[in-house]
Design a protein around this ligand. Structure first.
Ligand SMILES: *Cc1c(COP(=O)(O)O)cnc(C)c1O
Length: 456
């Protein structure tokens, strides 16, 4: 019998040379972002105060492949290609005929996939002379990733971290400061939008939507400063496709091909990163890979939200985006998967879901932690609380395969490790975590305020 292979590895020269842009292959192109005042499509000039022109071009590009700059690819070599594992031990534990693989993005310097786009965004900002970048962060992975990337390109970096995560995960602050960035809990007294929320809700846990407003407000006040977003936007999702492109080659080396690709979804970037290169095969080569995005049941925009125009942030500074949303003022419960506490889903993922080209599922927090701990016992990696949502879905599919006697191939994006999230595990072990059942009223609360904005 051939020896079992656990890690499927690539060499540095197998790092992809292009990002994959799914816009080229989508049957229905995404609807344009609208200016909230005029309700007309925004042009490049509207976005120029926030982003470097090269990223704005990528945002609307219809080119199938965009070359990765050599300088970015060199930095990718610090942690890429990332390993893909065959989870033999997990398969045995679950007693399933399914074959389970996972792509591990936790080996990056920030501990998650976020570094893939952070380095690219910092590079394009540097090329256009930007001196300072502001951003938001939830659990802290994005803030860490951008701090590292800015450090590499000698750009100042300021991070607004959602307050509940700032308090839950104190080591993120130390990490972000180690890389030379400044970090503030959000909402803060530093911005108009922060002060407004604090006056209204002094005890607010904060949200990604609020933190985005604060970061944008700072960026537009300084002409040498731009803003960077860690998810949601088309160019961010595209930068992450390096993950799935590596998986395509790794699957070939393993002599396998996935029936199902699974990833957690906060804004959509790690899900897009692993699934879009496989959807390319569906859209152009007749493959039938199921791509499943998994969200928390307490923040269920894909499964319970509306497909409509909404703001990307709480204060309403961003253009109106056509997306599945719970409303920009939806206040997500204080769950530990901070990266999934976002009211909307990216425009690309939303359009694909609307067109039936991807699937979505919502899972409660306790099932996710239980699955995450079982995964850690089998595979030796503590997953980020966000990643446990994908793991819980893998368990469900593995169980279904067992019941149906099918040996399907499942590929998971293990998008980050949980070493800086151990408080979440402590709370779980202490029985302090609970599931969260939204009432119809809570679900609709954020959407009511959207009546004045164009529906689709
Ligand atoms: C940021 C983050 C997420 C959620 O964001 P996406 O853009 O949906 O990927 C999920 N998992 C981890 C580990 C993250 O850092």
């Amino acid at each position: 019998m051939a020896e079992k292979q656990y890690k499927i590895l690539l060499s540095e020269d197998e790092i992809p040379r292009h990002w994959y842009n799914i816009q080229a292959d989508m049957p229905n192109k995404p609807l344009p972002p609208l200016h909230p005042g005029t309700k007309q499509p925004v042009g490049p000039a509207d976005l120029a105060p926030l982003f470097p022109m090269e990223l704005i071009k990528q945002e609307v590009s219809q080119e199938r492949y965009i070359e990765i700059p050599e300088e970015v690819r060199e930095i990718y070599k610090l942690w890429r290609p990332t390993p893909m594992f065959r989870a033999h031990r997990l398969e045995k534990m679950l007693d399933t005929p399914a074959k389970i693989y996972y792509k591990y993005e936790g080996v990056s310097p920030s501990g998650s996939h976020k570094t893939n786009t952070a380095v690219a965004q910092a590079y394009y900002n540097k090329m256009e002379g930007v001196k300072r970048i502001t951003t938001e962060t939830g659990a802290g992975q994005w803030g860490t990733a951008l701090a590292i990337a800015c450090q590499m390109f000698d750009i100042e970096c300021e991070v607004f971290q959602v307050r509940i995560s700032y308090n839950q995960k104190p080591y993120r602050k130390a990490l972000i400061e180690s890389f030379g960035a400044k970090i503030y809990p959000s909402p803060s007294e530093l911005t108009e939008s922060g002060r407004k929320i604090l006056a209204q809700y002094p005890d607010t846990p904060g949200s990604l939507g609020i933190a985005i407003s604060e970061a944008i407000e700072c960026a537009v006040q300084d002409e040498n400063c731009k803003y960077a977003l860690g998810s949601v936007l088309n160019h961010v999702l595209m930068h992450q496709t390096i993950i799935g492109q590596e998986c395509l080659v790794q699957m070939e080396k393993a002599g396998d091909f996935p029936d199902i690709v699974i990833a957690p979804l906060g804004g959509g970037s790690n899900f897009a990163g692993i699934s879009f290169p496989f959807l390319h095969q569906n859209l152009t080569q007749g493959k039938k890979v199921r791509a499943i995005a998994v969200e928390p049941a307490s923040c269920p925009k894909l499964t319970k939200g509306e497909f409509r125009y909404d703001f990307g942030d709480s204060a309403g500074f961003t253009p109106l985006l056509p997306m599945y949303t719970l409303g920009h003022n939806f206040r997500p419960a204080a769950i530990h998967a901070g990266g999934l506490r976002y009211h909307g889903a990216s425009v690309l993922c939303s359009q694909l879901l609307k067109d039936g080209l991807i699937e979505a599922n919502a899972i409660q927090q306790l099932e996710c932690f239980e699955a995450g701990i079982a995964f850690a016992k089998a595979e030796g990696i503590i997953p980020a609380p966000e990643a446990t949502h994908g793991i819980a879905q893998v368990f469900r599919e593995a169980q279904r395969c067992k019941e149906e006697g099918k040996s399907e191939t499942i590929l998971l994006n293990l998008c980050g490790h949980g070493f800086l999230d151990m408080q979440a595990y402590m709370d779980y072990f202490d029985g302090k975590l609970s599931d969260h059942f939204l009432t119809d009223e809570e679900l609709k609360s954020g959407l009511k305020e959207l009546a004045d904005y164009p529906s689709i």
